[in-house]
Ligand binder design. Sequence first.
Ligand code: NDP
Length: 397
Amino acid sequence: MGKVLVIGAGGVGTVVVHKMAGLPEVFSDIMLASRTKSKCDAIAAQIGGNRIKTAQVDADNVSELVELIRSFKPDLVVNVALPYQDLTIMDACLETGVAYLDTANYEPKDEAKFEYKWQWAYQDKFKEAGLTAILGCGFDPGVTNIYTAYAAKHHFDEIHYLDIVDCNAGDHGKPFATNFNPEINIREVTQKGKYWENGKWVYTEPHEIHKTLNYPEIGPKESYLIYHEELESIVKNFPTIKRARFWMTFGQEYLTHLRVIQNIGMARIDPIVYNGVEIVPIQFLKAVLPNPGDLGENYKGWTSIGCRIKGVKDGKEKTYYIYNNCSHEVAYQETGTQAVSYTTGVPCMIGAMMYLKGLWKKPGVFNVEEFDPDPFMAELNKHGLPWNELHNVDLEL
Ligand code: NDP
């Protein structure tokens, strides 16, 4: 049905092309391109059947991207490289007249901001070109936005309180490792906390607010309020929300390592000169930490991510909890990656399917909650991320 160019051969890219390869009726031609072609070739060989073409591309370079897109002629470009490449890939899509999808919002390399303003500024350009750009189609952002849209469509007249809860109760057996790109992950969890309340952002010190929450089939876990990018688009698209927060579980060992990394300056994102060479400490740290893509083999346990929602339906207050639990072991058996890559890659593939089937196709730049959630939710159940819902339960928050 459609040709797709996937950019980025990391943990998420691996899952995306694995899943696409199994659906030839939707993804007739697949190309995986990345900075290091050998990584694309290894993934293609693992999938086999000559399903995946590969290419080398520097996605920071618009003219290289344009050349690749012109030669392969995809219907859609799926960006699972790093957030730094979002704008160059969007520029290349505009220049070649191709639709765009990603899983993380743009960030300048020298500023950890996690804001949509740069990508939302492309709204008119995509609209005028008649092209679709789908932003943030992983799990969080992604499925959490779609869960919220689904709740708003089917279970609430007004959503008032939203708490997104993200638990990784898995154990990879390493003293310290990050579950996705270390540079992006450490930047995200060490920034100040921020949540939405009564029409404005409230700021906290990093990890200042925390609470023990119970996760289904996992049990109690200490959960920390952090800022996460989907809050920005969700409060814009669901203006009845009075308070929106994001909680993530961290173990004590992880937090101790993070504190040391920060205290000794290894989380710095500005360049320093070492032996006459300019290096960015956090990028050097990434080079010595375990590769998130290699954690899968010994990873045990579950992730549990969901939305806890309070609001009004038919004049009555109600609560609602929708979530997915994903097993690291099952994810590894199927794709050779752990559950964090899996829970990002599967929704990314489904978003691409929504576009190619014409279900999520309109000119402009959109966050995923601006599309119909129903066909997407149906596909989650078919492709490894089934969801569960609980009505009128104690949300603990
Ligand atoms: P990885 O670091 O494992 O992979 C990133 C890939 O992008 C690597 O193959 C890397 O190449 C490639 N890349 C980096 N820079 C360039 C460039 N200039 N040109 C071409 N390719 C490049 O990251 P993940 O797979 O873990 O994450 C991928 C994306 O998914 C990230 O943007 C991340 O923020 C996002 N994400 C979203 C989540 C969600 O739920 N929404 C959750 C988790 C991740 P090389 O191999 O040469 O380094």
